[in-house]
Design a protein around this ligand. Structure first.
Ligand code: ARG
Length: 479
């Protein structure tokens, strides 16, 4: 079945580039011309699996892409692995699984983990291949498996200089046009090419071989890195079909960083280098999705109420590690923080809390963080909301008393932004005791058989925010 995928993926190869007349293909089985993985290395390498195929045929036949475990709950892969290249529709979390912890796809010890959320970079373009990155959130933290930190320009070890030695790893095909998919992932030693060869049209020479540049409009040096390898015997080393989404790694041990994501190329192991998503340029997205560590920011839903705002934290995969959500008003001062906290609720229910003591009609800005085992998340987006006023009650414009019957005419409430759910006339005996009330229909209400007494009558208007009682009109039913 990986053969079928091969056909589909082969179509992806030309994305964003005008295919040149068949470039000279250097390749031998080669990733292409790579080596089998050394045991115990690249523990963060994840296999992206098609759920339906996995259920029918197992891990090996289900593998469609690679990925990297960057935190116990996040796998970074390529957007093109999870976005249908024809419809632009993103895969559902249920349609994909993540295989972890084994170098061999056929190893029954491979751990297969479900996905709770898929986030695709908002800038991802099927047409240009820009921002080819997605973050998959696992349903449960995999704390016993090695992770790799995404490269950041500020981390003190990352360099994207031409000539930097990097490595690619994956279960992709080892031959350009055949279907020799390995069972144990392979690695290839590559060299980063200069940006001038990766979207600026200047060919470059590596180990005596000239590699053909991508022009502007083919590759974007701001969002992509180009890399390729030449083996000691002069064969070209490159990633290929099935390696997509997998890691381009720089540095060793504690300095190892996810520098790139296998994205595209013109065929494989040709004089056209492989193209990788430039991870340092994806930092905002990786941070927002929790893939840089810390927990992802919570999503918030703010409902304005009477003198308060209700903040809901919908239960989400990305907040799995959260133990507390805290919402804070941007208007807070350090001396007087205005905030509220809630513990997450399981089973898809949303946690919520109210920030109280607010002024109706005033706009406030709310932001929230999730706190959990991984520390404090980055803040959520800011949501502005205005606590509602209780409705103005409306007023009595006329009363006509006939015997024990009183007919009221009423000017109704405007609601002050909240929908009025009931308007009534309520009359309370001045001497105390039970009152009487009647629903206002259109602009009229009638109270019948009123016991002789004096009453204070008023309009009451109810909304979700509260009930208001308007100015009183005195009424006497003679005895
Ligand atoms: N798009 C391919 C995939 O889906 C990866 C291609 C990488 N090509 C290359 N020449 N480096 O697996």
């Amino acid at each position: 079945m990986r053969r079928l995928w091969t056909l589909a993926l082969a179509l992806l190869l030309g994305i964003g580039v005008t295919a040149p007349a068949q470039a000279a293909v250097q390749s031998r089985p080669a990733i292409i011309n790579g080596s089998p993985s050394a045991p115990g290395t690249h523990g963060y390498l994840a296999a992206l699996l098609d759920t339906a195929r996995y259920n029918l045929k197992g891990t090996f036949q289900a593998q469609i892409c690679g990925g990297s475990l960057t935190t116990p709950t996040t796998v970074v892969t390529a957007a093109h692995c999870v976005v249908d290249q024809n419809s632009g529709v993103t895969s559902t979390p249920a349609s994909l699984l993540i295989g972890l912890g084994r170098s061999s796809l056929q190893d029954s010890g491979m751990r297969v983990v479900a996905i709770s959320a898929i986030a695709v970079h908002p800038g991802y373009s099927i047409k240009t291949g820009d921002d080819d990155v997605a973050v998959l959130t696992l349903v449960a933290p995999q704390t016993d498996i090695a992770t790799i930190a995404p490269a950041q320009l500020t981390d003190g070890v990352t360099t994207e200089a031409a000539g930097t030695r990097v490595q690619v790893a994956g279960w992709g095909t080892t031959s350009n046009f055949g279907n020799s998919f390995p069972d144990v992932f392979r690695t290839g030693d590559l060299t980063l090419l200069p940006a001038s060869a990766c979207g600026q049209g200047q060919n470059t020479v590596l180990s005596g071989l000239t590699f053909l540049a991508y022009n502007a409009g083919e590759a974007n040096p701001l969002t992509m890195l180009c890399a390729v390898g030449v083996s000691p015997t002069g064969t070209i080393i490159d990633s290929c079909r099935g390696d997509s989404g997998g890691p381009l790694i720089a540095g060793d041990g504690a300095d190892a960083r996810l520098l790139g994501i296998v994205s595209w190329g013109l065929n494989c192991a040709t004089r056209h280098p492989g193209v990788y998503t430039r991870v340092t340029a994806m930092a905002d997205f990786l941070k927002a999705t929790g893939a840089l560590g810390g927990s992802a920011p919570p999503e918030i839903l703010v409902t304005p109420l009477h003198e308060r705002l209700r903040i809901q934290f919908p239960a989400r995969g990305t907040n799995l590690n959260a133990t507390t959500f805290t919402a804070t008003l941007a208007e807070s001062t350090a001396a007087e923080p205005r905030q509220c906290s809630a513990a997450p609720v399981g089973n898809g229910l949303a946690a919520s809390c109210d920030i109280t003591g607010l002024v109706n009609g005033t706009e406030y800005r709310v932001t929230a963080v999730a706190t959990g085992t991984a520390g404090v998340s980055v803040p959520s987006t800011v949501v502005a909301a205005t606590p509602l006023a209780v409705p103005d009650a409306g007023r009595i414009t006329g009363v006509k008393v006939t015997g024990k019957r009183a007919v009221f005419t009423v000017a109704r409430s405007t609601g002050n932004g909240a929908e009025i759910t009931a308007t009534r006339i309520a009359c309370l005996p001045l001497a105390g005791g039970p009152g009487r009330s009647a629903k206002v229909i259109l602009k009229r209400a009638t109270l019948r058989s009123l016991p002789p007494a004096s009453y204070a009558c008023a309009v009451t208007a109810r909304s979700e925010v509260g009930t208001a009682r308007g100015a009183e009109t005195l009424l006497t039913i003679p005895g």
